[in-house]
Structures are given as C-alpha cells and as structure tokens.
Design a protein around this ligand. Structure first.
Ligand code: NI
Length: 250
C-alpha cells in the first residue's frame, strides 16, 4: 500500500492494524559512466514497493535526495547538507507520529546517508528524553537498513562480480536498476576497467581521485539477470526483517 495512492481514510484504517511505515531513502548523485543518477533512490524504492505488495506494509514517499556532497563535482548530483537532511527526516517522522505511526523502517540505498539518518534518529529520541511531558508518542522506533546488507546480498554480489563489485557505482546496484528499469539501461567504456579506491573528502578531491565517478568497481559487468537475482535475494532478507520490526513488542 503506497501512501501517495491512498486516501486519508485508508490511512486511518491502516493505523488500526499497524503503526509501522516503510520510509525508502536514497540519493540523487552520479553513479559512474553507466549508472543512473537516481540509482540510490530507485533501488530501495523498487524493493520497498515489492515489500508493500508482499506484506501489506504502507510505503511512504521516497526521500530521493540525500547527503551526497562528495558527488557535486559531477553534473546532475544534488545534495542536502547533513543538517538539512536531519530536519527533513525529523519533520517527516514527526508528521507521521502525529497521526499515530510509531515505527519507521528506513530502507536505505546510500551509504552516505547513514551517519546523518542515525543523527536524525537521535534528535527524535532526544525530543522524548528531554521533554517527555510534551511528547505525543513515547514509543517511536526508527530503524535504518541498507538494502545491500540484507541477508545473502553481499555474498551473492561477491559470487557474481568478485572484487569488481566495488564500493560506488557497484555492479550490484547498477544491475538492480537494470532489472527494475530495463528501458533505462546505459552502456559505456570503463577506463580503467576497475576503478581506483580511496578515501572520500569533498567534491573536488573526489573528482580528482575518481575521475569517472566509480570507486573500485567495473559496472560494465552489470546485467539485468544479476539484478533480478539480487532483487529477489534482498527481498527475501528484507521481508522477515521488516516483519520482526513491525511486530516486536515495544
Ligand atoms: Ni549507490
């Protein structure tokens, strides 16, 4: 069940059966020569929509722009500052808390969001810790899950791509978008075939170290069949994880 295609009465009825909502969160940033700029939002969104179909979970609108300052050396990338993203997450959660939601399952597609999303959760908990008498719901729980860390996904990626999977513009994430969006498959020469690796600082430094945007990957190996296998494996891990979170006692 998707929030954007629901009426408010349907959301009220949903709240009588569940206080959990899925929050897909990603990024809008370059993903190398053949990866889509929306990759990090498209992957968790596609998985969340399937999770919703399988379990009846309510799926919130995807937070499609994340913390991606280091990608700004490449055309099309958009970032929120960490402080902005914290406010976006807090305001979305608190809006939904007002309606009775208590559990927020963030399905994440971008490693660069992790520190900021975790800080946002701390801000949310700090509200009830510091002002318990003003808190509408004392039982708020936020959980962040990276789709590529769902059980079995990294193992499958290693089997499919070995070390060429890399850490940005990975074969796995490019494959998943190729499976989910076959009309948007791109091809490009990779030179060198496997991209360099190294630390991440600011946008200009990133562009110098990683001239075509990739880190450690050779996403010319990406293919829709691998994407299908990764999608199905990820979903098998995410469904029971979501169900445990939604059903666990507070
Ligand atoms: Ni990515």
């Amino acid at each position: 069940m998707e929030l954007r295609f629901s009426t408010w009465q349907e959301v009220e009825r949903y709240l009588q059966t569940s206080k959990t909502i899925v929050m897909p969160i990603g990024s809008t940033e370059q993903h190398g020569p053949n990866g889509l700029i929306g990759t990090d939002a498209l992957c968790p969104e596609a998985l969340a929509l399937e999770l919703g179909k399988e379990t009846g979970a309510l799926i919130a609108p995807t937070i499609s722009v994340g913390m991606a300052q280091h990608h700004l050396g490449f055309a099309g990338s958009i970032t929120l500052r960490p402080s902005t993203l914290i406010l976006v997450i807090c305001d979305m959660v608190n809006s939904l808390v007002r309606h009775g939601f208590e559990r927020f399952y963030f399905l994440n597609g971008h490693g660069g969001n992790t520190a900021t999303a975790t800080a946002a959760f701390s801000e949310i908990y700090a509200q009830s810790s510091l002002s318990p008498q003003e808190t509408e719901s004392p039982n708020i729980r936020c959980l962040l899950r990276n789709w590529w860390e769902a059980e079995g996904v990294m193992k499958l990626s290693r089997e499919l791509f070995g070390a060429a999977d890399g850490s940005h513009a990975t074969c796995g994430e490019v494959s998943l978008t190729q499976y989910a969006y076959p009309d948007s498959i791109k091809s490009a020469e990779m030179d060198p075939p496997i991209a360099p690796t190294g630390p991440i600082y600011d946008a200009d430094d990133y562009r110098r170290r990683f001239p075509d945007g990739r880190i450690g990957s050779n996403p010319s190996l990406a293919n829709p069949d691998a994407g299908k296998a990764l999608f199905e494996t990820a979903l098998l891990g995410i469904i029971p994880d979501y169900t445990r979170f939604a059903n666990a006692g507070s």
